[in-house]
Design a binder for this molecule. Structure first.
Ligand code: ATP
Ligand code: MG
Ligand code: MG
Ligand code: MG
Length: 480
């Protein structure tokens, strides 16, 4: 008999049928006469209760049924006597598949801190919290594909190993087959990459945007969704060295079309979570409320997790220019000590995440889209505005996060693009493949990048990006 997934059993209407389940023991309690085992197989936040009579099952065997052990249970699905769930299983036979020595198994039945669980990241998927997070991660991945597929976008696969540095999107991880201690050198003493595997200097992708543009200018509307690598030399709760990014790129879209799409996309994802992850969200919400209870009133979150998701779905995002944002920040109220909360360097500097969060959390109290940034703090490919000082960029800022999306209308005019490249010292020869899209059949187009883990922080309500990806990679911490 094949095992039935616990998620299916919990919805079952037919009782007194033979059942076979397998999973991992969460808890076991009881006495000499009866044992109650909570069994979880990862298919649901809920465990199913197994009721076992030591006389039938065997007292010795039940000793091996401890927290963390994997077991196989044959029995009958019956109406539950207790108040918790509608059904439970009366065990007829139990097999212990894999024991988990209670003296050594680190996940005992109590609430562990996220910090502790980060240290045992290889085992944390076995906890209810991380089960919920990773099921939501799956649902959100599916929702990304569903959103674009329903709109007729094509899933476009960029290279991971590339010669493109996306013009400074982030610090790169180099990929080379040359001996780092003794690389071949050219006559002028530089590393001779013509002898490297691909015949040129290569790195792991920091952004698939430039390659994505090639797709959009041929297929119309594409999106990428894959791992992205940045040797971010900072230890923040918002940056990973390996993260997943979703990058749609659309021909014949201007900046407003781009913003409209990004806003609709984020609202769709939040609604999808509400519709499809209710049990897991309810579990995380309860955990967050419990954690909030120990904080002083002022630090407690005024909204629940589901309130926040609904708020995003129901309220249009605030749209304003970078210049307007700088004015707001410069006039931001002094704190009690009579000092300004943030040193805003003034027009022309990039916003720090504390500035972004101030705009979202204190000033507008809703998600914000900032547009038209100074050209000098943005990449060469963003479309020059008529003022000659700003470009058609847009960043979306979310509560608790700051920047969640970065995008722009791309410069489609060859002359403007090449003069911008010259200004920034980017040699045309390096970008010949990219410039060809402007030389032949150029067209207005736009796109953006959404950091998948930043979305996951928002949807799960967690505050550290290390807790929303199975294998967090940060400087000095690759545990696997
Ligand atoms: P930030 O200012 O937060 O460093 P960025 O401007 O460098 O972000 P972009 O190059 O605009 O990031 O990338 C697009 C999106 O990818 C960002 O809006 C963010 O959601 C996400 N992102 C960027 N860097 C990281 C990272 N190191 N870890 C996780 N997500 C990231
Ligand atoms: Mg960055
Ligand atoms: Mg940024
Ligand atoms: Mg950005």
């Amino acid at each position: 008999m094949q095992r039935t997934k616990i998620s299916k059993l919990l919805e079952a209407t037919e009782l007194d049928v033979d059942i076979h389940v397998k999973g991992w023991v969460r808890t076991k309690r009881g006495n000499k006469h009866v044992a109650f085992i909570a069994l979880n197989d990862g298919s649901s936040i809920h465990s199913i209760q197994i009721v076992a009579d030591p006389n039938t099952i065997g007292e010795d065997l039940l000793k091996g049924v401890s927290t963390g052990a994997s077991i196989s249970v044959f029995g009958k699905l019956v109406a539950s006597q207790g108040s918790g769930q509608k059904v439970e299983i009366t065990a007829e036979r139990i097999e212990v598949i894999g024991v988990a020595d209670p003296e050594k198994y680190p996940l005992q039945p109590k609430k562990h801190s996220l910090e502790f669980l980060r240290e045992i990241a290889h085992l944390r998927p076995r906890t209810n919290t991380f089960g919920a997070i990773f099921r939501i991660r799956h649902a959100m991945s599916y929702a990304v594909h569903k959103f674009f597929n329903d709109k007729g976008f094509y899933y476009w696969h960029n290279p991971f190993v590339t010669g493109s540095d996306a013009e400074g999107a982030g610090e790169m991880f180099r990929v080379t087959t040359l001996d780092p201690t003794n690389p071949p050198l050219t006559e002028d003493g530089k590393v001779d990459y013509s002898q490297d595997f691909f015949g040129k200097e290569t790195n792991l992708t920091v952004s698939g945007q430039l390659e994505g543009e090639l797709g959009a200018l041929a297929l119309g509307e594409i999106y990428t969704f894959g791992p992205t690598f940045r040797a971010e030399n900072s230890n923040t709760t918002r940056h990973l060295s390996e993260f997943w990014m979703i990058e749609p790129e659309m021909a014949f879209y201007d900046l407003t079309d781009n913003m409209d799409l990004a806003e609709e996309f984020l609202q769709f994802l939040c609604q999808y979570a509400l519709d499809h992850c209710a049990d897991d969200l309810a579990f995380l919400e309860k955990r967050l409320i419990d954690e909030d209870k120990v904080k002083p009133q002022a630090e407690r979150s005024p909204m629940t997790l589901t309130d926040k998701l609904k708020f995003v779905v129901e309220n249009p995002f605030e749209r304003l220019t970078y210049t307007e944002a700088i004015q707001i920040l410069s006039n931001s109220k002094p704190n009690k000590k009579g000092k300004f909360q943030f040193p805003v360097e003034g027009w022309g500097t990039d916003l720090q995440s504390e500035h972004e969060r101030y705009l979202v959390e204190k000033h507008f109290k809703k998600p914000v889209i900032l547009t038209d940034y100074p050209k000098d703090i943005k990449a060469f490919y963003m479309r020059m505005n008529e003022d000659g000082n700003t470009v058609g960029a847009m960043d979306i800022l979310f509560p608790g996060i700051g920047e969640i999306v970065g995008g722009s209308q791309r410069e489609e005019r060859l002359e403007v693009l090449t003069s911008r490249m010259a200004e920034m010292g980017i040699p045309e020869e390096d970008m010949d493949w990219y410039l060809d899209t402007r030389r032949f059949g150029t067209a207005p187009h736009s796109g953006f990048g959404l950091g998948f883990e930043r979305l996951m922080i928002f949807v799960t309500g967690l505050s550290n990006i290390r807790d929303v990806i199975p294998f967090p990679r940060t400087p000095g911490s690759a545990a696997f």
